[in-house]
Design a protein around this ligand. Sequence first.
Ligand code: FE2
Length: 386
Amino acid sequence: MAQEIKSVEYGLEKIFEGAQDFLPLLGTDYVELYVGNAKQSAHYYKTAFGFQSLAYKGLETGSREEVSYVLQQGKIRLVLTTPLNSRNPINDHLRKHGDGVKVIALWVEDARSAFAETTKRGAKPYLEPVVEKDEFGEVVRSGIHTYGDTVHIFVERKNYKGVFLPGYVEWKSDYNPSPIGLKYIDHMVGNVGWGEMNIWVKWYEQVMGFVNFLSFDDKQIHTEYSALMSKVMANGNGRIKFPINEPAHGKKKSQIEEYLDFYEGPGCQHIAVATDDIIETVRQLKARGVEFLPPPPKAYYEDVPKRLGEHMKKMKEDLKVLEELSILVDADEEGYLLQIFTKPVQDRPTLFFEIIQRMGAKGFGAGNFKALFESIEREQMRRGTL
Ligand code: FE2
């Protein structure tokens, strides 16, 4: 009965049968990136991606070891963290991986239970449950290791009214570029090593109670030169989706292998953020200097009506405009989706962003994989890493 009440309260409806509810997840709480220069990264994400200043901790607030800027747009919260001295262990992460995602934080009702249930099922502990307090209440956080040096932190904030977390102050800035319509995180993709995809699929099933709801093998995801495999994991209410990729053998180097080489191990490959108006969002991003993968060949857009079939009638967007902006289109049984991929957002060819607008489709743009990967290969060619 108690479970039913919670379901109503939080909208924890079950979408994926077979998913287990020992770990009810309310959504993504925040994503923390370790970066070399958080001040400048924050400026980039505000200016280029339209994130808003939310919270800050640093020397001025008594944080002597590291500085963090918290940015928000829609439901998306990004935390950008830089160490303030050479002794801070964050330096080891930066030296090895460069800028990248350290924490994928998940919003939970009970962080102690999340820790107990996941560690009991084999998760390696990262952060024992800790209660953090300030004048606005208390937050309980706990954490476990996932692939590579990446971690999941569970955040219980039902007794907290502050702007982000205890230890942070509100960040008021005179510089506030307008948002560009980013709403929430649709999915976050992990790249893992050769032969490791199924290990992590099993890990998300056993430790987190997720289900594998889509799979793509190297016969589906390949070009003339390279290949990869992917399985999409989702929690019971479908709010959290983590595709897991591993490289596959091809004539040349897989883009996943390139990532693993430069990130020096498994890690988060891309963050897909949702918008309700991809045309306006992408126009803004381009005007603000965000670089995207090169456009697919002209034939790609000529084929769209054929690929979309029935869904083409429902399409509100002008195909010419989509082509002008190099936005990709795909459909599944339930609808269509629009998506586009940025170039890596740091010098190492590692983390990038996807902008996605779902018009009913629940897939990941499998029909675009070939066009997309050929674009990536043209970039790999330029980098000498194909
Ligand atoms: Fe994606």
